[in-house]
Structure formats: structure tokens, C-alpha cells
Design a protein around this ligand. Structure first.
Ligand SMILES: C[S@@+](CC[C@H](N)C(=O)[O-])C[C@H]1O[C@@H](n2cnc3c(N)ncnc32)[C@H](O)[C@@H]1O
Ligand code: SF4
Length: 413
């Protein structure tokens, strides 16, 4: 479906992506780039989770932090970044190294003084005084808590362990001054009804969320899910119940799967035009390349120790593919900016994608705005389908290859 939709919109044959073993990272200047830090440790590994993580090992975690401090220096040497709007810690469970987050952030601030926001993903188990004090001392101002659902039975169906009263745990957040509190929910969990999902949304708002990220349950081929995601029609009803609940709460849709309180600042991980990823499995997007770090913690530590960058594979974009990549992620954000496209590619948006945009407009997927286009609800629904198909077709296969071996010989997807 995704491939067909893209073909329909772009009228081009889609070639396969070729990931090659890492050759060389080009020194480059970026006007603006986000930083991503991957912390690959968890206390328990959830069956449904596709992200790269291993069981927490305190000794390896210390080595990992020492390696990360070196990788930050390396990134500084390689990229001349004028503006770093945000640093995002994802995982895994970054709070497992909370005692060292202040040290890492100081290093980042020293190397990239323009950093504006520090964001971190938390498991609800992390909502303790010790961790929250560490986080606020390290000057994080945006947090995201992985609740998934407040319903105990649904959590069981998902294979997720949350603390018994997550709402009580979330109370602790009122003692700290975060500018954004995001709560992650998953929809399409076996047994979930539109009413249960709407209840989850309202409970997240009551618990203090300024943003709610809602992810359709995706069954990755290498995950260990007992229950399977729902069919398209039921998923559509769930998505509609989210849109309705958001409307009732005065939340606006800030991306295809995100709703935020009006006036609050948006929290997002890697939907930047450019980003540099650090840590095992961290990904980097420049104007010409996409790099993925090794999916092995010991190999990561050894490689950075030798003063080398721990990148496993790279993808070299043609300009057209890079433009498509930009267009795809702009659609996720629901806005396609003519000015931004011109700034990045030095070409007019309509000159490159004029035909596709006209067709999307005709199909009522987009509408015109002062600075380009905005996805309509219809367009957002088709994007929701396309993004899931992309995850199955490309992301699942890429990660599976990287999980198999720390340094793949290269592969096509
Ligand atoms: C790295 S994880 C969460 C961070 C933290 N370790 C936790 O478990 O709360 C980021 C988010 O991805 C979403 N997610 C993970 N696996 C998913 C899947 N198979 N389908 C849909 N969403 C998923 C969840 O909402 C999760 O909170
Ligand atoms: S969902 Fe969170 S806690 Fe569970 S395995 Fe994934 S990263 Fe770890």
C-alpha cells in the first residue's frame, strides 16, 4: 500500500536502498541539527519493543558512558553545527545512568553551547525522587513517560510491566518545572476498545501531560508478541477516538500520531531536518548520508576507545531520495514548508514535487497554507497507513540486519 501510494504520488519507480559498510564520515557544516543519545539498557526487556537494548549491566554501563563522552568530542570535530535546538535521550532506559547524566550534559553544553532543550525518555518505574533529582540537576526540561496504557489488563496483553499505580507515580512531576511532559500511549493493543483508549487519553491529561504521543501497535518480525495488532478498520476507529478525545481536551494534532496542549512546546525525537545520533544504534542524518551505529555495546565501547567512530553502515542518498526523505518526514509533522525546502535544497518545492503536490491536493490529502501545505485529516490517515508499511518494509528489515551482527557486510532492502 505504502509503495503504491508513493508511486501514485511520485510517478516514479522506487529503487531498493543499499546499506554499505561504513567507509568515511564527511566533515560537514550544518546550520541546525538535533543530537540524539541512545542509552541501550533496560531492567526488563518488553516483548513488543523493537529498539536496541540489552539487560542492564552496571559495569558495561560505566564503559558505555566513558565511550559516549569520547563520541561527543568526535561529533564536535566532525560537524560544524551552528545551532543545536535539542538533545534527546532515548532508549532503552536512560534513567539507568541518571547519576552520570549531569556529566554528559555538561560535556554536550561545553561542545555545543547553543543547545536549547534537553529531553529524556522515562519508564514509569523511573519516577522516583532520586532519578527525578538527578534529571533536574542535569537540566533536562522535557520528559516523555512510556505509560502505553493505564489499563492493567491491556498492559498484560501487551506484555508490559508498569508500576501498580502509575498515576500516583506521575504525581511526582508536579514538584519539578518541566516545560513539556509527554506521555506515550500505544493503540491497537489486543482487547483495546475506543472507549478504553479515550479513557487512557483523558487519564494522561489529568496526570499532567502537555503532549500525548500515540503509537499504533506494530508487530516487528523479531519481537516476541503473544497478541497480534488489530486489523485496519478497528485501528481506524481507535485513531478516530483519539482525535475526538484530543478535541474534547483542547489538544491540537501536532503530528500524525501526536497531540499537544495548545500553546505548549512540542517534544519530538528525530523529526529534525538533520540529526546526529550517538550511542549504540544511534542514527545520523546529514544532507548526503544516513549512518547507523553498531548494535553491540561491547563493540561500541571498544571502537570509540580506539578513537574511531562506531558507525556500522551508511546509506548514500541521491539528491532525489534525500528530498523524498525530507518530504516523508514533513508529512509526519503534517506541514510541508516551501521556505524550508528552498533553504535546504536550494530549489523550489513545486519545481521538484509540483506534480505530486497537485495530485495530493486533488485527492484532498493536503491543503495550501501561507508557507506551503498542511495535511488534511484524510491525508493524515493515509500517512498513518504509509508509515506503518514503511516500518514493516524498511525499518524492520534494516534493524533485523543490524541485530544479527555488529558490523554487517552491507545489505539491500
Ligand atoms: C524506547 S520506548 C520507551 C522508553 C522507556 N524505556 C519505556 O519503556 O517507557 C519509546 C516508545 O515507543 C513505543 N513503542 C515501543 N514499541 C512499540 C511497538 N511495537 N509498537 C508501537 N509503539 C511502540 C512506546 O510507546 C514507547 O514508549
Ligand atoms: S519498551 Fe522501554 S523498557 Fe521495554 S524494552 Fe523497550 S526500551 Fe526497554
Amino acid at each position: 500500500m505504502f509503495i503504491q501510494l508513493l508511486r501514485l504520488l511520485l510517478g516514479k519507480k522506487l529503487k531498493r536502498f543499499e546499506f554499505k559498510p561504513f567507509q568515511k564520515e564527511k566533515k560537514s557544516s550544518l546550520q541546525q541539527a538535533g543530537l540524539y543519545v541512545h542509552v541501550p539498557f533496560c531492567v526488563r526487556l518488553c516483548d513488543f519493543c523493537p529498539y536496541f537494548k540489552i539487560k542492564f549491566d552496571p559495569v558495561l554501563a560505566e564503559q558505555y558512558v566513558n565511550g559516549l563522552l569520547k563520541e561527543i568530542d568526535w561529533v564536535k570535530e566532525t560537524y560544524d553545527i551552528s545551532q543545536v535546538p535539542s538533545v534527546y535521550y532515548g532508549g532503552g532506559t536512560p534513567a539507568l545512568i541518571s547519576h552520570r547524566l549531569g556529566e554528559i550534559n555538561s560535556k554536550i553544553r561545553k561542545q555545543f553551547p547553543s543547545v536549547n532543550s534537553f529531553a529524556i525518555e522515562l519508564h514509569p518505574d523511573n519516577l522516583t525522587v532520586k532519578v527525578m533529582d538527578d534529571i533536574s540537576e542535569a537540566r533536562f526540561n522535557m520528559i516523555s513517560v512510556g505509560i502505553q496504557s493505564f489499563d492493567t489488563q491491556l498492559l498484560k496483553n501487551l506484555g508490559r510491566n508498569n508500576p501498580k499505580s502509575p498515576e500516583k507515580k506521575l504525581n511526582i512531576l508536579s514538584k519539578y518545572a518541566f516545560k513539556t511532559i509527554d506521555i506515550d500511549l500505544i493503540f491497537g493493543i489486543p482487547g483495546q476498545t475506543p472507549q478504553l483508549l479515550a479513557d487512557d487519553f483523558h487519564r494522561a491529561v489529568q496526570a499532567g501531560a502537555t503532549q500525548i504521543s500515540t503509537y499504533p501497535f506494530i508487530d516487528f518480525s523479531y519481537a516476541n508478541n503473544a497478541g497480534k495488532p488489530m486489523k485496519k478498520k478497528r485501528m481506524k476507529r481507535l485513531l478516530e477516538s483519539l482525535i475526538q478525545a484530543a478535541d474534547q481536551e483542547g489538544f491540537e494534532r501536532s503530528s500524525v500520531w501526536t497531540f499537544k496542549k495548545r500553546g505548549s512546546e512540542k517534544y519530538s525525537s528525530i523529526t529534525r531536518d538533520f540529526f546526529i545520533g550517538m550511542g549504540p544504534s544511534g542514527t545520523t542524518l546529514t544532507l548526503e548520508n544516513f549512518y547507523i551505529n553498531t548494535f553491540s555495546v561491547p563493540q561500541y565501547c571498544q571502537t570509540v576507545d580506539k578513537g574511531k567512530r562506531p558507525i556500522a553502515v551508511q546509506l548514500d542518498f541521491t539528491q532525489r531520495w534525500r528530498m523524498l526523505y525530507w518530504l516523508f518526514w514533513s508529512c509526519y509533522e503534517m506541514t510541508i514548508s516551501r521556505v524550508r525546502f528552498q533553504e535546504i535544497f536550494n530549489q523550489p518545492l513545486t519545481g521538484v514535487f509540483g506534480r505530486a503536490l497537485k495530485l495530493a491536493d486533488f485527492l484532498k490529502f493536503i491543503e495550501t497554507t501561507n508557507d506551503g501545505y498542511r495535511l488534511t485529516d484524510k491525508g493524515a490517515y493515509y500517512y498513518h497507513l504509509a508509515e506503518q508499511a514503511l516500518t514493516h518494509t524498511y525499518i524492520d528489515k534494516t534493524w533485523k540486519n543490524l541485530y544479527k551482527t555488529p558490523w554487517p557486510k552491507g545489505f539491500k532492502i
